[in-house]
Design a protein around this ligand. Sequence first.
Ligand code: PEP
Length: 249
Amino acid sequence: MRKIYVAGNWKMNLIDDITPVVQISKNVKNLEIIIFPPFTHLQKYSEILNKTNIKIGAQNVFYEDRGAFTGEISYKFLEEFGVKYVVIGHSERRNIFKESDELISLKLKKILKTDIKPIFCVGEKEQERNLNKQKIVVENQLKISLGGIENNFKNIIIAYEPVWAIGTGKNATPFDAQEMHQFIREQLSTLFGKNIAYQISIIYGGSVNDENAKDLFREDDVDGLFVGGASLKGEKFKKIIEIVEKQII
Ligand code: PEP
């Protein structure tokens, strides 16, 4: 049985109130709840969440352990704050900060040698979907960044995040999400074998909210939700978690 995730990416923002999220931190079998605060707030939230089942993650990482890499952060520093997950290849890192598939691959290879699990983001831009090129784009992202990975494949979590759906209020339809998740699983099967591919969780991100969460999560290959804007409102994020919990039980 694949693990289910509900993850909140705060980006360069803070949540209005974490209390509702903390209150629902009961242990639902097979559900992992993760928040991704800015680096500067990892310590604060790892203390707040210390006695809950909610995990803490980082929004980025570099592939070297230490050295002259101004502005970058090593997994070794993240571990000190109890970080269990890291986002790699988010479209904002790709598009604003020009991170390449090759750089993303180096980060993935590094993190897979540690105890931290990567949430590896892939997804096409609006123009690419309009040209019906979404599968080619995602296939390339997967091939370049996952090619050459030799072990710990099972620790990878894939987030399908169509760029046109991020922060736009325009989510993928459950049908489109399922179609792409199934395609991603086929690609994983080619790369790592069928057995591993069926164990890797593939989560959907892009304008998820408490109204569309149920229908998106209902799809067979949607193993959880990656939430941006709606994770900044404690009450809304709590509702999304509850929607997923109910569908698991
Ligand atoms: C994201 O940035 O990963 C994301 C899914 O954002 P939003 O939910 O705001 O579209």
